[in-house]
Ligand binder design. Structure first.
Ligand SMILES: N[C@@H](CCC(=O)N[C@@H](CS)C(=O)NCC(=O)O)C(=O)O
Length: 241
């Protein structure tokens, strides 16, 4: 039976971290909100609003596997990891992978807050000045701290994969983070490959994997845009410090 992925239509957003895992594994899935025949966004909203359901998710993305519903990106990937062959076999390393994925979730939240530092309920234009200050702090200190951390984790694991001895969902998510950051902040990311050679090599390796390359060339991969997590507003970008 196909997995059902529930995420907003029209953007990559946080749903993309799940899509990449399903696509790499060649797992059958339906992107429910994007497909009218599967009920579209209305089907997603029904599950989000289903009163009295103990496992009602707070927000997309969430995954339905039969009657089983899993929410939160890191939790979904923890659930899918073993099933799709994208998690380490060793239990300790599986928790290490989960810790890394939660750290990626922190990075993603901070990247989101560069354009929405005050509230997701306000338009970007209503918080532009705060966004400039937040972006300067993110690009000046937080982003280098995250990237240096992941580069070190990768190098300490031998420089090929982030955790364990084969590709995991963490590698796919780091690929997506680098893609998004490069789209949003081309100036800040200009010297990325020289400063973080391990991450740059990992990014290229993931991009060239046959299933990922096929997915990236397909119409299932939407282009980045200014409704997603990673948005390109030139006024928020700056040269790397
Ligand atoms: N920590 C959650 C974040 C989920 C989230 O913020 N989803 C966004 C879309 S990317 C959303 O729809 N949020 C609605 C809300 O927070 O009210 C995860 O990693 O899945």
């Amino acid at each position: 039976m196909a997995y059902e992925l529930y995420y907003w239509d029209g953007l990559q957003g946080r749903g993309e971290f799940i899509r990449l895992a399903l696509e790499e594994a060649g797992a059958p899935y339906v992107d429910v909100a994007r497909r009218e025949e599967s009920g579209g966004t209305a089907a997603m909203m029904r599950l989000l609003q289903k009163a009295g359901d103990q496992v009602r998710p707070f927000a997309p993305p969430f995954l339905k596997d039969g009657e089983f519903i899993v929410s939160q990106v890191a939790n979904i990937l923890f659930y899918l990891g073993l099933k799709l062959g994208l998690a380490p076999a060793d239990e300790g390393l599986r928790f290490a992978a989960n810790g890394l994925q939660l750290t990626i979730a922190d990075l993603v939240a901070e990247a989101h807050d560069t354009h929405h530092p005050i509230s997701s309920a306000l338009y970007y234009e209503e918080q532009k000045e705060a966004a400039k200050a937040r972006s300067a702090a993110f690009l000046g200190t937080r982003l280098p701290k995250f990237l240096e951390y992941f580069e070190q984790v990768l190098q300490r694991n031998g420089g090929v994969w982030t955790v364990g001895n084969h590709l995991t969902y963490v590698d796919l998510s780091l690929f997506q983070a680098v893609e998004g950051l490069s789209y949003a902040f081309p100036r800040a990311m200009a010297g990325f490959a020289a400063r973080y050679p391990g991450l740059a090599a990992l990014h290229d390796k993931v991009r060239q994997r046959p299933n990922i390359a096929r997915y990236l060339a397909s119409d299932r991969r939407l282009a980045f845009n200014e409704t997603g997590i990673f948005r390109h507003y030139p006024e928020l970008d700056q040269d790397a410090s």
